[in-house]
Design a protein around this ligand. Structure first.
Ligand SMILES: *Cc1c(COP(=O)(O)O)cnc(C)c1O
Length: 222
């Protein structure tokens, strides 16, 4: 099946209010170009050194989302063009993003990554950290960032109940923060959860952005 037909099939399954981040990490420029030609505009990358040359070579109306662990010293390379960083996992990273966005005279959208999986290696804030963090009203103190929501990755497991439970807990946190801190502010609207193997469960649990790679481009060989 071609990339265009895989995208077509996928879009039939996504409700209108769920956005698709096509995860193009490790994919070549021609393959990303095929997805672009089929109408896809939001692409997700997880490594700065891979994203920068792709951004230079591909059409400028692509909305690039960063979805991997971002090192502070690399923020400056993507700050001129990145639309959204979905994977902000520390306060110092937020400060650096705000600083570099200001230097570039831009607003960068960010999602805070929350650790929901039962796997120690994944990045992200704990529930306690996120709750404490919002008490300081970060959305009022980082003028060059727009905090648009939360992102999370479920445990890699066959256990669908566990995956659902992890997404559900994140959705509950999202709605609680939204109610408490963004009652009169529509910026906080995105819940990024769901990948190729679990996006249908994620959507049922309230996801508004899914991040899908292999189901569009085929299996990655890494
Ligand atoms: C690679 C990656 C994805 C996409 O994974 P697939 O299983 O290929 O859909 C989604 N989110 C993040 C954070 C990733 O690193």
């Amino acid at each position: 099946m071609s990339i265009a037909s895989r995208l077509d099939e996928l879009k039939k399954e996504l409700p209108d209010d769920v956005r698709l981040t096509a995860v193009s990490k490790f994919q070549t420029i021609p393959l990303i170009g095929e997805a672009y030609a089929a109408g896809q505009r939001i692409f997700g990358e997880s490594r700065v050194q891979e994203l920068v040359p792709k951004q230079e070579q591909l059409p400028k109306d692509i909305e690039w989302h960063f979805i991997g662990h971002l090192q502070q010293n690399k923020v400056k390379y993507i700050a001129p063009f990145i639309d959204t960083v979905q994977s902000v996992d520390s306060r110092p990273l937020l400060q650096e993003l705000n600083k570099q966005a200001e230097r570039n005279n831009r607003i960068i959208k960010v999602l805070l990554q929350v650790h929901i999986a039962q796997e120690p290696q994944k990045f992200g804030f704990s529930f306690e950290e996120i709750t404490a963090f919002f008490k300081n009203k970060p959305h009022e103190n980082l003028p060059h960032l727009r905090i648009t929501g939360l992102m999370g990755m479920a445990t890699q497991t066959e256990d669908k109940q566990q995956i659902r439970a992890e997404f559900s807990v994140l959705a509950t946190l999202f709605f609680k923060l939204k109610k408490e801190y963004f009652a009169e502010n529509t910026d906080f609207r995105d819940l990024s959860m769901g990948m190729s193997d679990d996006y249908l469960i994620a959507i049922e649990e309230g996801s508004t952005i899914v991040r899908i790679g292999s189901k569009i481009f085929g299996e990655r060989n890494y």
